[in-house]
Design a protein around this ligand. Structure first.
Ligand code: NAD
Length: 291
């Protein structure tokens, strides 16, 4: 038996179509959803992420305010731009592409974004809201994972989920969302300090891999019929590929023979993350009307 492939690309596009209609309705009410996208420096990977986000924003009818700053920008200058964007009523969300150059303290920048415009959900207040079950933005990748599970009617409540990776943007927020009363799951969080990773992953009804280690999870590390969500994205050298590399997830694709559902890389969580970013921006614009 081969796993059902969870098609994040198709679902992401469906969500983006719905958001396009919502944007039209908001525009009729005089609100044009707008995200400020700040890129400092010219790191090729960051530039490519920002370009694809801006393309998706444009296609959904969301305005992107593109702010490109030189690599030698000082922290003070960046903080002052963010302070102006916080005050600007026509900017509903602010995204600062990470990583930032060495002279800028990332945490200071994350903390400078007003929580009501923090569509990436990196601010400590946004993270805290998740932990204490208060309403607020949900981080894009965890929200994408949850939306994908819901779309395929995977039961989460009372299931045992195992997450591999404890980052602030994926592992930790996912853990806290899943243990909330809303999702009611039992969750194990593994990381580099975990002894015998396979022991834990084999217990998972739903396994979520977000470690950034190509093909870390092999078939002998999962339970028969487990649901497997691959979040990891690594560039692996491949001379036969046009760009000289290919994208590789944390999960060896041969798990498909054992899993019941599988979200692959590419085409799974990645496109969902972009769709959720757009959704957060539209919600930020809607919140603006309420305020
Ligand atoms: P990170 O790169 O900051 O940290 C990796 C985490 O994995 C750490 O917490 C570490 O403890 C854990 N880890 C690493 N190797 C491990 C091992 N052998 N065993 C157990 N735990 C291990 O985390 P991140 O920023 O969440 O990124 C993780 C991966 O997910 C990366 O490949 C990244 O590119 C990808 N990612 C994808 C999306 C998406 O939209 N699909 C979004 C964010 C991150």
């Amino acid at each position: 038996m081969s796993a059902v492939i969870m098609d994040g690309k198709a679902l992401g596009l469906k969500i983006r179509e719905r958001l396009k209609e919502k944007c039209e309705q908001l525009k009729q009410k005089g609100i044009a959803p707008c995200l400020a996208v700040i890129l400092v420096g010219e790191d090729p990977a960051s530039l490519s992420y920002v370009t694809s986000k801006e393309k998706a924003l444009g296609e959904a009818g969301i305005k992107s305010r593109d702010i490109r700053l030189p690599a030698d920008t000082q922290e003070e200058g960046l903080l002052s731009i963010i302070a102006d964007l916080n005050k600007d009523e026509n900017t509903h969300g602010i995204l600062v592409q990470l990583p930032l150059p060495k002279q800028i303290n990332e945490l200071n920048v994350i903390c400078a974004v007003a929580p009501e415009k923090d569509v990436d959900c990196f601010h400590p207040v946004s993270m805290g809201n998740i932990i204490i079950d208060r309403p607020g933005f949900l981080p894009c990748t965890p929200r994408g994972v949850l939306t994908l599970l819901e779309e395929y009617n995977i039961p989460i409540a009372s299931s045992h989920l195992v997450i591999v990776g404890r980052s602030n943007i994926v592992g930790k927020p996912l853990f806290n969302l899943l243990i909330s009363k809303k999702y009611n799951a039992t969750v194990t969080l593994c990381h580099t300090g975990t002894y015998d990773l396979a022991y834990h992953t084999k217990q998972a009804d739903i396994l979520i891999a977000a470690a950034g280690m190509p093909s870390l999870i092999k078939p002998n590390m999962i339970k028969e019929n487990a649901v497997v969500i691959d979040v990891g994205i690594s560039r692996v050298t491949d001379a036969s590929a046009k760009k000289g590399y290919r994208l590789c997830g944390d999960v060896d694709v041969s798990v498909m023979e054992k899993a019941s559902f599988f979200s692959p890389v590419p085409g799974g969580v990645g496109p969902m993350t972009i769709a959720m970013l757009l959704q957060n921006v539209v919600e930020a614009a809607e919140n603006r009307i309420r305020r």
